[in-house]
Design a protein around this ligand. Structure first.
Ligand code: CA
Length: 226
């Protein structure tokens, strides 16, 4: 099920859009301002963002620019005001994928959304950006950072995080990690997985001794919770 983030400060408009998208089988979150839009893009990790330009404080342009500068390439459809040609051009220059002019028909918006999602890489191809607790991971660049700056991770640590990001909420056994991440190349023991998890928790968790994201499933392995 594709996840859609709707960024719109007008509550009626936002909930009307939510109803229509949910009716079409999408999962929907709403952000009421630009700040929340950036936060929810990281935590909810939508497949597509419907972004109104006219927002209080941080405008839709600012949100678009900020997301693209963070390396987040989630497709964006901008909602612009009627006749404001400059809006559209600026929006596209800032990295929006499409725009639609208010007032629009919901059918028109839904068909644009379908078209943009068709062009976008599927969810199965993995996501470029993964929010793991306090850590933001860019898989395309193999970089990670937290509020204090860049965090150096090893190749295997990136691969474990990628496996978690592809299987959120799923219990992953130590053997499965060894198979998928190590491929038994160096015949590591299951203790190896535990050692890596200890290191990753230091990067991901606010309190590594009381993890909230990388959870131990006793006797089996680990699971990742957003
Ligand atoms: Ca608005």
């Amino acid at each position: 099920m594709a996840r859609i983030l709707i960024v719109e400060d007008e509550k009626e408009m936002a909930s009307g859009l939510r109803d229509n998208f949910e009716f079409e089988g999408y999962d929907v979150e709403i952000a009421g301002d630009g700040e929340e839009a950036v936060e929810k893009t990281l935590s909810y990790d939508p497949h597509l963002i419907v972004l109104d330009i006219m927002l209080p404080q941080k405008s839709g342009y600012d949100v678009c620019r900020e997301l693209r500068s963070k390396g987040i390439r989630t497709p964006i459809i901008m909602l612009t005001a009627r006749g404001e040609e400059i809006d559209k051009i600026l929006g596209l220059e800032l990295g929006a994928d499409d725009y639609i002019t208010k007032p629009f028909s919901i059918r028109e918006l839904l068909s644009r959304v379908k078209a943009v999602l068709r062009r976008a890489p599927s969810a199965n191809e993995g996501r470029a950006v993964f929010q793991a607790g306090k850590l933001t991971v860019h898989f395309d660049r193999l970089t990670a950072h937290d509020a204090d700056g860049e965090v150096m991770l090893s190749h295997k640590e990136f691969e474990i995080l990628r496996y978690f990001s592809d299987h959120p909420g799923e219990t992953i056994s130590r053997d499965r990690f060894l198979d998928k991440v190590w491929g038994y190349e160096h015949f590591p023991t299951s203790r190896t997985v535990d050692n890596y998890i200890v290191r990753l928790r230091k990067a991901v968790e606010e309190d590594p001794l009381h993890p909230r994201h990388i959870i131990t499933v006793y006797g089996i392995g680990y699971k990742f919770i957003r």
